[in-house]
Design a protein around this ligand. Structure first.
Ligand code: QAP
Ligand code: CO
Length: 177
């Protein structure tokens, strides 16, 4: 197992559209374990492969309080969206910033699991929002893209000004102002 480095906005590698996974094998499963380890260590509820500079359509999520409900989605596709919900979102690639984003309130998603088996899942509220947020990453999209250019620019400049090391030491951008 290995903890991986997480790319930080505005790194242009976060804009790469991920490729379909063509084979679910042991090598990929080892990487999935690393994604979970990285997400849990960073205190996240979701992490897409794109965020660790691996450009395949693969993401992990665990929205449970107890951190005992790992979900892995390979080649995820949303087949149904319903309703609207505004939720405050954050992102491990945009550390220290949380803003309201409007998304579908409920979704159905189909994907492959870590054994390469197809499954379909209907989700609402936090899990639905998290799935939409992570699929956006696989398409090179970030939650800050839904904000006004002014807000996005402020966040970009604050993150650019702080060294990578400060972020890794978990010092929040707002504490430097
Ligand atoms: C996406 O985000 C998400 O700034 C997952 O300092 C977030 O796990 C979907 C995190 C909210 C729906 C609602 C962010 C951890 C984790 C930070 C995350 C931070 C430490 C973000
Ligand atoms: Co994110």
């Amino acid at each position: 197992m290995a903890k991986l480095d997480i790319l930080r906005f505005p790194d242009t590698r976060l804009r790469i559209r991920a490729f379909e996974v063509t084979a679910v094998n042991d090598v990929l499963r080892l990487f999935i374990d690393d994604l979970f380890e990285t997400m849990y260590h960073a205190g996240g509820i979701g992490l897409a492969a794109t965020q660790v500079d691996f450009h395949k359509r693969l993401m992990v999520i665990d929205v449970s309080e107890s951190k005992t409900e790992p979900l892995c989605f390979i080649n995820p596709v949303i087949t149904h969206k319903e309703g609207v919900e505004i939720m405050q979102e954050g992102c491990l690639s945009v550390p220290g910033f949380y803003e309201d984003v409007e998304r579908a309130q409920a979704i159905t998603v189909k994907a492959l699991d870590k054994n390469g088996e197809a499954f379909e899942l209907t989700a609402d509220d936090l899990l639905a929002v998290c799935i939409q947020h992570e699929i956006d990453h696989l398409d090179g999209k970030l939650f800050v893209d839904y904000l006004s250019p002014l807000k996005r620019g402020r966040i970009r400049r604050k993150l650019e000004r702080m060294g990578k090391d400060l972020v890794n030491q978990n010092i929040r951008p707002e504490s430097t102002l």
